[in-house]
Design a binder for this molecule. Structure first.
Ligand code: NAD
Length: 479
């Protein structure tokens, strides 16, 4: 399978004809080639976007909305095909891609197709001065969108949909590890009648293609989701050009479990928040803190449930945990299990690779629970981004809060309690962008999404995303 760039509404080979191998994580085999696009390809994508901008930015919001909703419908009509492609590229169970990833990508287009019709600007009458101020919300022009491999189409479209809804034209790059569904999206956009050049997709490595997008002086805003180190690098490159930046970065999210919670719901959800998508979600609760009085019970029940999870081929319906995304990522995650042992962590279950019959070269790992001696150890401080969680007890609410906040990241936190005052206090004091109370990853697309500290800068979601992808201009009229 040969994946090509999608520029000006057409599939194209990379100018320098350099290709990368694309692996299927479920069996370790190469099944395709993707372009490693150069600066020249990014320049072509930019030129196509620039020439589409004049017309697209003047297209009525009803028409933009109609096209976005049509893309959404076509994604839904192609659910099975997209879900299988996502699973083959990423290693996630097909069932998960079918239930979550692809429906969410479709929702992204539908949501922003509707949101743009409701996106209003402000006006202020300057009473006593005979003047009125109003705010124009103008599209920025050509914007860059760069996304990671863990939720490939889901996060790619979470950026593209608001960008084009707001009247921008886009140069976008999906992760080089999971380019397939972004490639298929081009066809859908053509079928939906998206004018050529409004969306351009270039494939390749971050250090070549991604870097060329960030360095391009006329690409005025970058929406990036990925690792914290990459985000810091992008911020350094973009700063001298005063680009607008939205950075959605890593996480090391705490779960605070209090004895007064609804235990069964907590247990079930904590298994999911630990291991969904092989633990490769920036929002996974990777540090579990449990109140002492229920710690031993939780430990036994949680480990029993985790041991019952089935690691298997992503296409099999009974599979709970598919393959990790790549061989190098599997090695990185396994190294953290060794680090935990060296730091006196106790492996309560898992910790080993799994050989799946018939797919012996796939990248499978047992879901792993580590009891850690303290919150300072590396496995409690560094993002592992795999099917590995840590657990440890806490005595007081104050201690739980301190441990939750004592980390460089600040993306999300999950709180399990039925105590109102505690809920209110901790929600105020947790240093994160998102707090879930008695649930996990319940998403309403109207809400602001993003992190604090090393988890990022800026917010996506709802009107926050439309604000990011527009420039506010104040007009003051004296009458
Ligand atoms: P990554 O930072 O390695 O890559 C992300 C994207 O950036 C890829 O498309 C990559 O090619 C590109 N890139 C890499 N170097 C670049 C450069 N110099 N210039 C421009 N682009 C460059 O991240 P990853 O390994 O693909 O994804 C995993 C990370 O993403 C984890 O840290 C995870 O927490 C984070 N993540 C965050 C969120 C969030 O919403 N906060 C969501 C999902 C994933």
């Amino acid at each position: 399978m040969t994946i090509k760039n999608y520029i000006n509404g057409k599939y194209q080979n990379p100018i320098e004809n350099i290709w990368l191998d694309n692996y299927n994580p479920s069996n370790g085999e190469i099944y395709g080639q993707i372009p490693n696009s150069s600066k020249a390809d990014v320049e072509n994508a930019y030129k196509a976007a620039k020439s589409a901008f004049t017309q697209w930015s003047q297209t009525t919001f009803e028409e933009r909305s109609r096209i976005l909703i049509k893309i959404s419908e076509l994604l839904e009509a192609n659910l099975q095909r997209f879900a299988e492609a996502e699973s083959k590229d990423n290693g996630k169970p097909v069932s998960l891609a079918k239930a979550v990833d692809i429906p969410r990508a479709a929702s992204n287009f539908r949501f922003f197709g509707n949101a743009i019709t409701q996106f209003a600007s402000e006006s202020h009458e300057s009473v006593g001065q005979q003047a009125i101020n109003y705010t124009l919300r103008q599209p920025i022009g050509v914007v860059g969108c760069i996304s990671p491999w863990n939720l490939p189409l889901y996060l790619f479209t979470w950026k593209i949909a608001p960008a084009i809804a707001a009247g921008n034209c886009v140069v976008a790059k999906p992760s080089e590890v999971t380019a397939m569904t972004a490639y298929l999206l081009g066809e859908i956009c053509n079928e939906a009648g998206l004018p050529k050049g409004v969306l351009n997709i270039v494939h390749g490595l971050g250090t070549t293609t991604g870097q060329a997008i960030v360095e391009h002086p006329e690409i005025k805003a970058i929406s990036f989701t990925g690792g914290t180190a990459t985000g810091a690098h992008i911020a350094r490159v973009a700063a001298p050009m005063f680009k607008k930046l939205s950075l959605e970065l890593g996480g090391k999210n705490p779960n605070l479990i209090f004895a007064d919670c609804d235990y069964d719901n907590m247990l079930e959800t904590t298994v999911r928040s630990s291991f969904a998508n092989q633990g490769q979600i920036c929002l996974c609760g990777s540090r579990i803190f449990v109140e002492t009085s229920i710690y031993e019970k939780f430990k036994t029940d949680f480990v029993n449930k985790v041991k019952a999870l089935k690691v298997g081929h992503p296409s099999e319906t009974e599979t709970n945990i598919g393959a990790l995304v790549s061989k190098s990522h599997l090695e990185k995650v396994k190294q953290y299990i060794d680090i935990a042992k060296a730091e006196n962590g106790k492996i309560l279950c898992g910790g080993n690779s799994v050989v799946v019959k018939g797919y012996e070269n796939g990248y499978y790992l047992e879901p792993t629970v580590i009891e850690v001696p303290n919150n300072e150890c590396r496995v409690n401080q560094e993002e592992i981004f795999g099917p590995v969680v840590t657990i440890m007890p806490f005595k007081t609410e104050k201690e739980a809060l301190e441990m939750a906040n004592k980390v460089k990241y600040g993306l999300s936190a999950t709180l399990w309690t039925n105590h109102l005052k505690r809920t209110m206090q901790l929600s105020n004091q947790l240093q994160v962008g998102i707090v879930w109370v008695n649930t996990w990853m319940m998403r309403d697309l109207r809400t602001p999404f993003g992190g604090v500290k090393a988890s990022g800068v800026g917010r996506e979601g709802g009107f926050e995303a439309l604000r990011f992808f527009t420039e506010a201009k104040n007009v003051c009229i004296k009458y």
